[in-house]
Design a protein around this ligand. Structure first.
Ligand SMILES: Cc1cc2nc3c(=O)[nH]c(=O)nc-3n(C[C@H](O)[C@H](O)[C@H](O)COP(=O)(O)OP(=O)(O)OC[C@H]3O[C@@H](n4cnc5c(N)ncnc54)[C@H](O)[C@@H]3O)c2cc1C
Length: 401
């Protein structure tokens, strides 16, 4: 027996993209059903991003899920670039007319959105198995899945693929429709979460001949730190003492000391850039990591996911309220303009700050020169700052016209 149901928007994936889209639609009275492959605990514990652009913060507040973010998020108006033992402050807020980023963990964003969804009573199903899309080239698409051993079929006007890089939505689009671009970097990030107060008031991005290091944070008590490692590195090769000693060496700066503490989590992340276009095929709209990923150096992935679904929600509201199709027709091109800007910025930050094991000493001298320029020229620092805090989120014409 198959249980059949109907909704306006079927959302595949309960990461930040799917959950925020569901919340934005719900507040405008548009029905949706969110289908997620993993458990609630898994989704809420997945440690990833932590830097929200100004536009992302504004959308979360506007969506009614900003209460804890406003109380607990740490507002940052700058970052440090550290190299050759010297620290250089980039005053982003000053350079961008007051724009800032907020340090607030993706885990917390996801928890806030799941809580809002469950409170609203709108459907969100965890642990859906065998999720598959059908009829996406028509205007009567459906999603089949299994829940607790029972087969389900969800009919919808539109399907949104918010199921991340490894999901099923992007591969449902015929190969000859999609163009993809990508790059894998010859290094990875080993990230730790440590129970120790941050040793800095702003994030530190450090260039060092031994490799890149980043000192970030999640709260006033919790530090998040990363070191560049080889692509084939394994956690077992990195006991706590080795991580701290590498961080000490790469973040070294006169008169400054890194505080150590118990490490509660360690993980290795590959570094990859990827774009698939178009982000629409028939009744299927891709958003977030399902369509594009960036290396985390520029802190852009979560924010791009937020920008995509903000546009998508407004276009869908227009379509369901007044039959307007312009927003949906322009969705892919509008998103891709921002996506490519973020792709370039993420690639640029990554190339400037990491030691490429396939490069030579000449490459390192170019990096030093670029860092010296960015930290001494107001024009160059402003370019970094406006990309880092993020350009304002684009809004669908009908929503604000
Ligand atoms: C270490 C690290 C650090 C990062 N730092 C930053 C940062 O500082 N700033 C930033 O902006 N970004 C950062 N990112 C990137 C950011 O985490 C992602 O871009 C973001 O999670 C994208 O959200 P999403 O909803 O598109 O995809 P995801 O978060 O991947 O969510 C997709 C969801 O779909 C579900 N799913 C998958 N397949 C199926 C299926 N078949 N059926 C149903 N559900 C399915 C998944 O379980 C998941 O819950 C970082 C990433 C990493 C790994």
């Amino acid at each position: 027996m198959t249980v059949a149901a109907r909704t306006q928007v079927a959302i595949v994936g309960a990461g930040p993209a799917g959950l925020l889209l569901g919340q934005l639609l719900h507040r405008q009275g548009i029905e949706s059903v969110i289908l997620e492959a993993r458990s609630r605990d898994y989704c809420e514990a997945r440690i990833r991003a932590g830097v929200l652009e100004q536009g992302m913060r504004e959308v979360l507040i506007e969506a009614g899920v900003g209460e804890r973010l406003e109380q607990e998020g740490l507002i940052h108006g700058g970052i440090y670039l550290r190299f050759d033992g010297e620290n250089h402050h980039i005053p982003m807020s000053e350079l961008t007319g007051g724009r800032c980023v907020t340090v607030y963990g993706q885990t917390e964003v996801v928890k806030d959105l799941i809580e809002a969804r469950l409170d609203s009573g709108a459907p969100l199903h965890f642990e859906c198995a065998s999720v598959a899309l059908h009829g996406i080239e028509t205007d009567a698409p459906r999603v089949s899945y299994e829940l607790d051993g029972v087969a389900h079929e969800l009919h919808a006007d539109v399907i949104t693929g918010c199921d991340g890089f490894h999901g099923v939505c992007r591969p449902s689009i015929p190969d000859d429709v999609l163009t993809t671009w990508g790059r894998s970097y010859p290094f990875a990030w080993l990230g730790i979460l440590a129970d120790v107060a941050p040793s800095t008031d702003e994030l530190i991005y450090a260039w060092h001949p031994r490799g890149f290091a980043l000192h970030s944070m999640r709260s006033l008590e919790l530090s998040r730190l990363y070191v560049q490692v080889a692509t084939d590195a394994e956690i077992a090769e990195w006991p706590d003492e080795r991580i701290w000693s590498e961080l000490d060496a790469r973040l070294q700066c006169d008169g400054w000391e890194l505080q150590h503490g118990p490490i509660r989590e360690k993980s290795i992340t590959p570094m990859r850039s990827f774009v698939a276009a178009p982000m629409r095929y028939g009744s299927l709209f891709l958003a977030g990591d399902a369509a594009h990923i960036v290396p985390p150096t520029g802190a852009k992935g979560l924010n791009l996911a937020g920008a995509d679904v903000t546009l998508l929600a407004e276009a869908l509201v227009d379509r369901f309220r007044s039959g307007g199709v312009t927003g949906l027709e322009e969705y892919s091109d509008s998103c891709l303009r921002r996506v490519w800007r973020a792709q370039h910025f993420s690639w640029w930050m990554t190339s400037m700050l990491h030691i490429d094991p396939t490069d030579d000493a000449y490459g390192m001298q170019l990096q030093r020169s670029q860092l010296a320029y960015v930290t001494s020229s107001t024009a160059a620092a402003t370019s970094l700052a406006e990309n880092y805090v993020g350009l304002p989120f684009e809004r669908a014409p009908a929503a604000h016209g």
